[in-house]
Design a protein around this ligand. Structure first.
Ligand SMILES: Nc1ncnc2c1ncn2[C@@H]1O[C@H](COP(=O)(O)OP(=O)(O)OP(=O)(O)O)[C@@H](O)[C@H]1O
Ligand SMILES: [Mg+2]
Length: 505
């Protein structure tokens, strides 16, 4: 171990039934270094970090971990924390009903003889919040914070444990642009204080902006570690996917046709607060085109989709017509029957049943298609259909019997997409469909979108990634504070013009 190496993981091998998730992986991180860990969905990034943080205790993997020149064998997360490792998972893990202060000191309360010193805890929390640039009351409940602020509270929690190695597993997937910038500034500040950071992200521009060095994993193996400045984006992608990727946005052959769906004067009130959430939205969706919906977090994009799909909102006024016919959608079943499918952004909550296998998840919304007389499911058809999507979307799983919860994040997203593709909708609505998806799989998904559009399906794409909107859509509608603030043809849209409309300026 060289002098300024804080962490060395050597020959780490980890197997799950039927899957070799890590195959003799090595990783070295220097003191005060920001080290990016990149690779395709299912490459093994999260698994490697769970080994490092004791989620997978010693004995459940092979190989050697050294921190500060000392061999480490963690039996629990607690032990890895004591050695200075703090992990922020791909899925947030705060207790929503408790306050910031309670969350930060959960499991490490300041106490003497069993009595918690809340005054000291409050003071300490205030100080830590200041350090991460959060102007919040320590007594705020987590449930009242946006995802971005929750992320920063997680970091505050890690700091309170005096972490030497901070692991961030896809921290920015759900953050706004401002929150992402704040997070990056904090990571840089921690670096100056000598904290090392292992940063996992599919957003390569962030990786290039932040990381000192990059390690690439592919199929559970270490491919290389390089200084960031010695790599181009193109070279990095080639290391990740094992081939050159020429065009991320394959241009389909589009001929926008007649209007298939009309949304007229759609207004919706918030289910909880009762305030007006969507104001007088009118939209036309055409055959053979991809309509983009852009806007900042909180602009009402997801609310619009969920209200159209019959799962959100109250006192709804306005109407939806599909091929001239007025629809009354009260629940997702009505929507699916009418030919509208929605791929939600929150796959854990709405998209997947984690305790069910891949096969059942894929066929779940299309059981009529594979049932005899609408009652008994034809097992052969079910297997055939799910195998078809597993191969078409290149879902990485040992078999269709694998539980969805055991797949890597990006592969779970592909299962959700398969489920909705199988319903063969007339209108397919995609809410952030490539969040957490690696670059190779992204380009596969774009190709699938193109071929659907060529077959006459209408696609609505909601995305926070402007290059994706510009690369894939024919028209972009921009939302701001629950209204449509403008519409642009992508031929003359730019990121600046979209941002201008999105901020309402
Ligand atoms: N608990 C588990 N049981 C079975 N297989 C698992 C489990 N956890 C992970 N795997 C498998 O191990 C491999 C590596 O998964 P991992 O979650 O580490 O990937 P990742 O690089 O983090 O991907 P992503 O970018 O999609 O998050 C995958 O093939 C995954 O299906
Ligand atoms: Mg992962």
């Amino acid at each position: 171990m060289s002098q300024n190496t804080i962490l060395a993981m050597r020959s780490i091998t980890k197997e799950f039934p039927g899957v070799k998730a890590l195959d003799s992986v090595s990783l070295e991180v220097r003191t005060g270094e920001i080290h990016a860990l990149v690779g395709e969905n299912g490459a093994g990034k999260s698994t490697l970090m769970k080994v490092l943080s004791g989620v997978y205790p010693t004995g459940t993997y092979h190989g050697d971990i050294e921190i500060d020149n000392r061999h480490q064998q963690f039996h629990s997360i607690k032990e890895s924390e004591q050695a200075g490792v703090a992990i922020i998972y791909q899925e947030l893990a705060l207790v929503k009903q408790m306050t910031i202060c309670e969350n930060i000191f959960l499991g490490s309360e300041i106490a003497t003889s069993g009595i918690i010193h809340w005054d000291r805890a409050l003071k300490a929390t205030k100080k830590i919040l200041e350090e991460v640039g959060l102007d919040l009351d320590p007594l705020t409940r987590i449930i009242n914070l946006g995802v971005g602020h929750q992320q920063l509270v997680e970091i505050a929690k890690a700091l309170s444990k005096k972490a030497k190695i901070l692991i961030l597993d896809e921290p920015t997937a759900a953050l706004t642009i401002e929150e992402t910038e704040l997070l990056m500034a904090i990571i840089r500040k921690l670096k100056e204080r000598g904290v090392s950071c292992i940063y996992i992200s599919h957003r390569l521009n962030e990786v290039f902006a932040l990381a000192d060095r990059i390690t690439v994993l592919r199929d559970g193996k270490t491919i290389c570690t390089r200084e960031t400045k010695e790599l181009t984006q193109k070279q990095l992608i080639a290391h990740m996917v094992g081939r050159e990727l020429n065009q991320l946005f394959p241009k389909g052959h589009r001929t926008p046709g007649e209007v298939v769906m009309h949304i007229d004067h759609w207004s919706v009130f918030d289910e909880e607060s009762g305030d007006i959430a969507l104001r007088d939205i009118s939209l036309e969706i055409r055959k053979g085109e991809v309509l983009g919906i852009a806007g900042l977090v909180g602009a009402g994009r997801s609310e619009l989709l969920l209200s159209l799909f019959g799962v959100w909102g109250k006192r709804i006024s306005g109407e939806i017509r599909l091929q001239g016919k007025r629809l009354s959608i009260k629940n997702p079943h009505d929507a699916i029957k009418a030919g509208i499918s929605l791929v939600t952004e929150d796959r854990k909550r709405f998209g997947l049943i984690l305790g069910m296998d891949v096969e059942k998840n894929i066929t779940l919304a299309s059981l009529e298609k594979i049932a005899y007389n609408n009652v008994i499911i034809n097992q052969n058809e079910e297997v055939k259909a799910s195998r078809h999507y597993v191969s078409e979307l290149a879902i990485k799983t040992p078999s269709i019997e694998q539980l969805a919860g055991n797949l890597s994040g990006g592969n779970q997203q592909k299962v959700v997409l398969s489920k909705w593709l199988m319903t063969e909708p007339k209108v397919l609505i995609l809410d952030e469909p490539t969040r957490g998806i690696d670059i190779g799989a992204k380009s596969e998904i774009y190709t699938i979108i193109n071929s659907l559009v060529e077959k006459g399906v209408c696609v609505v794409l909601v995305s926070s990634e402007l290059p994706e909107i510009l690369g894939m859509c024919d028209r972009v509608v921009v939302m701001h504070e629950g209204r449509i603030s403008g519409e642009l043809a992508t031929t003359d849209a730019t990121q600046e013009k979209i941002m201008h409309l999105a901020t309402g300026s």
